[in-house]
Design a binder for this molecule. Sequence first.
Ligand code: PAF
Length: 294
Amino acid sequence: MTAQVIPTIQELRGALASIRSAGRTIGLVPTMGALHAGHGRLIETARRETGCVVVSIFVNPIQFDRSDDYERYPRPLSIDVEFCSARGVDFVFAPSAKEMYPDTERAFVEVAGVSEHLCGQFRPGHFRGVATVVLKLLNIVQPDRAYFGEKDAQQLAVIRRMVSDLNVPVAIVEVPTVRDADGLALSSRNQHLSPEERRIAPMLSLALKTARDLISGGETRPAAIKREALRILEEYSEVRVEYLEIVGAEDMQPTGEITGPVRVAGAIWIGKTRLIDNVLCAPGGAHPTQTARG
Ligand code: PAF
């Protein structure tokens, strides 16, 4: 069945009112489009767990810190709608920027603490833009459950914190990262990589995996772990490391000696493309999902 594409907030609210009064649960998968197998996993999980699946496709201008990144962000809407239809999505909410932000004066959501380090340090205003649009989407759709990928672990931490602090009645569901066979985490930005850049891109996941192996082997000193991981990336002159950091699995604050679950997270530039990735790690080989929220 073809997913119904809805461009306005009013129409979507109307359609969802009858779903809700029929007693069906609603799952929201917020996206910026250019859908790939990672989004596919989010949609499939929502499909399994809820009675009605809404995918939002909106390239959110207020979360981009560079206008060239916003302009060149891929927008293949009709292909995305086919992708959603093939996976049993009920509604694709695809609003214009004017529909979402009719005025220039507006309220924003700031989530302190978890937003500060990693991407927050290098992309000013990014998480404020993400938190604001996600809260708007949650208010528009009022889903029972909303689905986000582990690849954007800091985004997920920001959203969890916002939902908890602002008492938003929704369950946030984390879905594991989907990777290509060589380890590269799927991302809509991967399509900007040249064949040569694509060959080098999996080095980020290799560096993170190296860090994870050291941590599960008993290494507890962040500096020593980062040194080994960075050594892998430094072999490639095409790679510019923006950050490679070890943070608390929940609070996203840089750690001292590792004594509990942590995330190793990295952002690199290859040419004009920025890639991020992260892995959850537990010291001394304990399974991280036993000690941190999966
Ligand atoms: O992860 C994304 O695609 C975006 O940051 C999100 C959550 C859809 C908000 O625009």
